[in-house]
Design a protein around this ligand. Structure first.
Ligand SMILES: Cc1cc2nc3c(=O)[nH]c(=O)nc-3n(C[C@H](O)[C@H](O)[C@H](O)COP(=O)(O)OP(=O)(O)OC[C@H]3O[C@@H](n4cnc5c(N)ncnc54)[C@H](O)[C@@H]3O)c2cc1C
Length: 407
């Protein structure tokens, strides 16, 4: 049995774990990143938000990612019937990045882990965490390689960025159910040979099918487009390519574009993805990214929140290991909850119909309000000078009432 010793063990090499590992390494700490899968590996979550770009820059990944020439994402486009609502990130209230990318995650994630390896960060691919024992803040973690051999990691701190693996929530009994009803998703990738030549063909588009169900169309720069459906489980009638083709055929705004096009991967289903935890940190550990919380894909917030929380967890862990006092409740839990709760209100008001009405009743929201909402859609959910962040629930409820007056 090999015993690895490190300052910080990071579990999971998705965007959250990669950014956490990078920040720790830059702060001079020894890091060990343990990843269950062999890279490249497919994972869903392809449309990013501008708010994560600063962390990618600070983590030292921006230059390598830019070389990939991923599809630029300059806004979020929603359509319902023949109406369109486009939020352009350059027209947002908060000062920040006005663009981001739409990425095939297998490539995006691998660029970051390649960069880490170039900088000498140890990554153990095909090693899964199976157990952890804490003795105060230090821990002994059991990992299993692909041959079934068991090894141990002794660490002073653990950041769990294991995404849907939810390693520490499961091992430490921290899992909590989500307050959202169970929803389902069904998605594939398609050779997009009839893609419109204008902005519409490049832009991530979200098609409202009805109040509970919607479709995403996320074009990549390699000519492939990610297509998926999300909604109430009763909306889904099967899980094979024939069903997927029929579902696309039923969306009149998209059927001509995708008819007879090659599907380059078998469709996949994920159900009941929303989840939470009873606490976000403990003695010697912190949860980041999806391992902490996942709400819903409608506003593409998952990867950005993963990156931002991984960044924050790494900064605080580094401070603590250097002997500084860290208040994990205020500096971490409250911080994460501020961002997640803002998106929680938006997701709730999406599915109760009020956001959809706001998006498609242009007379109901003026440009100032649109810019404030746009900042949330860009992921700037910590700017409390924005009333649509500071009082997200109240602002949404007031908006709902105003829309009723107009409709
Ligand atoms: C249908 C759907 C659509 C979505 N669309 C979007 C979108 O458009 N935009 C967006 O931003 N988000 C989207 N998301 C959310 C997105 O998938 C996640 O939020 C994002 O991948 C989280 O990143 P992460 O780094 O936390 O975890 P992940 O990217 O899941 O990475 C976690 C890593 O941990 C590894 N791991 C797991 N268990 C173990 C273990 N025991 N030991 C070691 N390693 C382990 C995994 O192999 C994985 O590589 C979507 C989600 C769903 C369900």
């Amino acid at each position: 049995m090999e015993v690895y010793k490190t300052d910080v063990l990071v579990i999971g090499a998705g965007p959250s774990g990669a950014v956490a590992a990078s920040i720790l390494e830059k702060k001079g700490l020894d890091v060990l990143l343990v990843e269950k899968k062999k890279f490249p590996r497919y994972v869903i979550g392809e449309s990013l938000l501008p708010s994560c770009m600063e962390s990618l820059k600070e983590a030292g990944f921006l230059e390598a990612l830019q070389k990939e020439e991923f599809q630029l994402k300059i806004g979020a486009r929603f359509i319902r019937d023949d109406q369109e609502c486009l939020f352009r990130f350059e027209e947002q209230y908060t000062e920040g990045w006005s663009w981001t990318w739409q990425v095939p995650r297998e490539r995006f994630d691998q660029v970051m882990t390649d960069e880490l390896e170039k900088r000498g960060v140890r990554i153990l691919f095909e090693h899964g965490v199976t157990d952890i024992q804490f003795n105060g803040s230090t821990s002994k973690t059991t990992i299993e390689d692909r041959t079934g051999k068991v090894h141990q990691v002794e660490a002073k701190f653990v950041i769990d960025a294991s995404g849907y693996g939810r390693v520490l929530p499961r091992l430490l009994g921290l899992e909590a159910s989500s307050d959202f009803p169970m929803r389902q998703s069904f998605f594939t990738r398609i050779k997009d040979e009839r893609r419109p030549k204008n902005l519409e063909g490049k832009q991530a588009t979200f098609v409202v099918l009805d109040q509970q169900n919607w479709m995403w169309v996320i074009p990549f720069s390699n000519g492939i487009t990610s297509v998926g459906f999300v909604g109430d489980p009763i909306f889904f009638k099967g899980n094979d390519e024939t069903v997927m083709r029929q579902m696309i055929e039923d969306v009149y705004q998209m059927k001509d574009r995708f008819r007879d096009m090659e599907h380059v991967m078998p469709p996949q289903t994920i159900k009941g993805y929303a989840s939470g935890v009873t606490k976000l940190y403990g003695d010697g550990f912190a949860l980041a990214g999806n391992s902490a919380e996942f709400l819903d894909p409608i506003f593409s917030s998952g990867v950005a929140l993963g990156i931002l929380t991984g960044h924050r967890a790494a900064e605080l862990a580094a401070m603590q290991l250097k002997g500084e006092n860290v208040n994990w409740e205020t500096d971490f839990a409250d911080y994460i909850n501020q961002g997640v709760d803002t998106f929680r209100s938006y997701v709730r008001h999406w599915y109760n119909g009020s956001m959809q009405c706001a998006f498609f009743t242009p007379t109901a929201i003026n440009q100032k309000i649109k810019n404030q909402i746009c900042s949330v859609l860009a992921g700037y959910v910590w700017d409390k000078s924005n009333p649509y962040v500071a009082k997200h629930e109240k602002a949404m409820t007031v908006l709902q009432k105003v829309i009723h007056l107009y409709s």
